[in-house]
Unconditional design. Structure first.
Length: 145
């Protein structure tokens, strides 16, 4: 997950204004402000651009708590689902399904390598992904009652 407060702290530490960072990242100042206030999770493109403009890897802009899901890991790498699919040699829809905790994969080693994970890390991330999906379903069904 993107950590807007961390991004703001790095920007301020560098002595850079929102406007200067926006110009360096080739985006609007409102996009930077929105990312820093964590109004929403920025796209991988925005995360990558902010990180590059700050001179840090995208992983420096990620929170460091909890068990990361596959989506979290992909975003930390600054990749879109399409880019991850190209790494693995499959369609984007399959990446979407797996990141939502739906189904399984035939070649976990290839997937783990694409996400930059060991086999054990892959197992943990896929389990965190499935747990998150279960929690979302549970939250939706309990609201209906």
């Amino acid at each position: 997950m993107f950590d807007g407060a961390r991004a703001r702290a790095l920007r301020e530490q560098a002595g850079v204004s929102v406007e200067s960072l926006a110009a360096a990242a080739q985006m609007s100042p409102n996009t930077i402000r929105s990312a820093e206030t964590s109004c929403h999770e920025p796209s991988p493109r925005v995360i990558t651009a902010i990180a590059a403009a700050l001179g840090v890897p995208p992983t420096e802009l990620a929170t460091r708590c909890g068990r990361p899901t596959l989506r979290d890991i992909r975003r930390r790498l600054g990749l879109s689902q399409t880019e991850m699919a190209q790494r693995i040699g499959i369609g984007r829809q399959m990446v979407s399904r797996i990141e939502r905790g739906v189904g399984g994969v035939r070649s976990p080693r290839a997937w783990a390598a694409a996400y930059g994970l060991t086999h054990t890390q892959w197992d943990n991330a896929i389990q965190a992904t499935r747990d998150t999906a279960r929690q979302k379903v549970h939250a939706k069904t309990s609201r209906r009652r």
